[in-house]
Write a protein that binds this ligand. Structure first.
Ligand SMILES: [Cu+2]
Length: 125
């Protein structure tokens, strides 16, 4: 009789474990793919002036001013050495764009190389 009870308990435990295993939500990690962000250049301003994005994301600067070209480049003017490679290397005319993919975590200041008092910040987390 005692043996019977033991067998029933064991079966109940196995059934309980099986229920838990087969009904537990899968523990998959959803990878967030890199995103693309737009910064608009208008007369003497970057909009938004500061953005916080993730490593691997791309930023596109679009020149939406009425007439002035823009030249986004890493701090500091005129060497642009703080984030090497983050430099349009040429004027971006009205209607044109420049894109850069950020692969380094940090707070990256930049400016318009043609008008260094116009600045912005890209923060990478
Ligand atoms: Cu510069």
């Amino acid at each position: 009789m005692k043996k019977y009870l033991l067998i029933i308990i064991i079966i109940a435990l196995i059934a309980g474990a099986a229920y838990f295993i087969f009904t537990a939500p899968p523990t998959t990690t959803i990878a967030v793919s890199p995103q693309t962000w737009v910064i608009e250049y208008k007369e003497n301003i970057f909009i938004p002036k500061e953005i916080k994005i993730k490593k691997g994301d791309t930023v596109i600067w679009i020149n939406n001013s009425s007439e002035s070209p823009v030249w986004p480049a890493s701090a500091f003017h005129p060497t642009h050495n703080v984030y090497r490679g983050f430099d349009a290397l040429k004027k971006i005319n009205v209607g044109e764009s420049y894109s850069f993919t950020f692969n380094k975590i940090g707070v990256w200041k930049y400016h318009d190389h043609l008008n260094p008092s116009v600045t912005g910040v890209v923060e990478i987390k």
